[in-house]
Write a new protein. Structure first.
Length: 197
């Protein structure tokens, strides 16, 4: 069967020659294709893009080329590389099925449209969505706890302040204050007023 390989990593930190994510996925897909006798005729990838969005250029290109009849299968390393949102996974599957393109996972062997395989793919999709929500929840809980103790909970520092790695709170940036156009912070209100006020 003619197939297209699809690779996806969520963060820019997983992209690059010395990163394992894309190379590992590609190796898994190539191994699966050799074992199953599939020919990979094209590769598509989305680098540094969440599986929680369908706004992915590589995925949209794959769907378009599949609709043009260039291949009959889409190879992925794992179902969560396709999507981390069950409704999106189902939409992607339907779009590919309209073009007679089957999704094949190197890790989960639930291909085909019989009821049991469809159910297992949907269960895997539900777990991928659950895992994404849990991953999002973990840092959020830590930030809330840090803020409750009076610490800077992350994000960009407000203008005129700087965040120092490992420091509990933001620090006033005296250098930026000197460079500013004659403004100085008011300790009373936290607002910035022109000098002399």
């Amino acid at each position: 069967m003619k197939t297209a390989g699809y690779l996806r990593v969520s963060t820019d930190g997983q992209v690059g020659e010395n990163r394992y994510g894309l190379a590992s996925q590609r190796a898994d897909i190539e191994r699966y294709a050799r074992r199953e006798g599939h020919e990979i005729v094209a590769w598509f990838s989305d680098e540094g893009i969440s599986g929680g969005t369908v706004d992915r250029p590589g995925l949209m290109d794959l769907i378009s080329h599949g609709a043009a009849g260039e291949f009959q299968g889409m190879l992925i390393a794992k179902m969560d590389r396709l999507s981390r949102d069950l409704m999106m996974q189902l939409w992607i599957e339907k779009e590919l099925l309209k073009a007679d393109v089957e999704i094949l996972s190197a890790s989960e062997l639930f291909c085909g449209q019989d009821p049991a395989n469809v159910l297992f793919r949907q269960i895997i999709g539900a777990f991928a969505q659950f895992e994404k929500a849990r991953i999002t929840e973990r840092p959020s809980g830590g930030r809330k706890q840090k803020a409750s103790r009076g610490g800077h909970a992350g994000g960009a520092a407000a203008m005129g302040y700087k965040a120092t790695r490992g420091a509990k709170a933001l620090e006033f940036d005296t250098e930026m204050s000197r460079r500013s156009s004659g403004c100085s912070p008011s300790v009373r209100s936290g607002r910035v007023y022109p000098s002399g006020r």
